[in-house]
Design a protein around this ligand. Structure first.
Ligand code: HEC
Length: 172
């Protein structure tokens, strides 16, 4: 074997050795990371089942459909219920932030922007009752379509009226 070959095998052997060491290190690291894996944890499995549950369920005649019953209060911590029933906002400003601002913050679809005095002056002149009525029942105006309660049918009339009041106050 020439001296050059010797050199080659030395370097080659060293490279192979380093690669083997890296492989073993990665293997050990993966095992360590995997140790915290809770895929077999029944609690986590239940959570995942809740998150990945189908939105719709079908009642089948002759079968036990009790699981489809609409319960008055969703059990706390039930992942399947989370997010499906949004809590009602607390007051006018919160209602505006949660619902009305979607359109009224930027004038989406012809909605008069909150704070735009010019746009609101003629509307305010109609009187609070008309504004409330339009916000609660919805109406088609010349600028666009205002959906009843901004599309959140579960809002109380009072919350909508408070949101109107808030928007009007901010737009005088
Ligand atoms: C999907 C968009 C959208 C949302 C959400 C929305 N609005 Fe409107 N709103 C409009 C549009 C568009 C108009 C203008 C309609 C017109 O005059 O042509 C309007 C107009 C109004 C007016 C003026 C009514 C009048 O008689 O001039 C009030 C008050 C109002 N909205 C209140 C609210 C309140 C309160 C909420 C939240 C509960 C809300 N809006 C949510 C689109 C929206």
């Amino acid at each position: 074997m020439s001296k050059q070959d010797d050199h080659f095998f030395n370097v080659f052997g060293a490279v192979i050795g380093i690669l083997v060491a890296v492989t073993v290190a990665l293997f050990v690291l993966a095992r360590m990371l995997g140790a915290g894996d809770s895929r077999n944890d029944p609690l986590q499995q239940a959570e995942v089942a809740g998150r990945t549950a189908a939105f719709g369920q079908v009642a089948v005649a002759g079968q036990d459909n009790s699981a489809l019953a609409i319960l008055p209060t969703p059990s706390a911590g039930d992942a399947a219920d989370a997010g499906m029933t949004a809590a009602l906002p607390a007051d006018g400003p919160a209602t505006y932030e949660a619902v009305c601002g979607t359109c009224h913050a930027n004038g989406i679809g012809g909605a008069p922007k909150m704070g735009d005095r010019l746009a609101w002056s003629t509307r305010i002149a109609q009187g609070t009752d008309t504004l409330n009525k339009h916000a609660i029942e919805g109406y088609q105006g010349s600028a666009g379509y205002m959906p009843a309660k901004g599309g959140r049918a579960d809002l109380t009339d009072e919350l909508v009226a408070q949101a109107v009041q808030y928007m009007v106050e901010q737009s005088r």
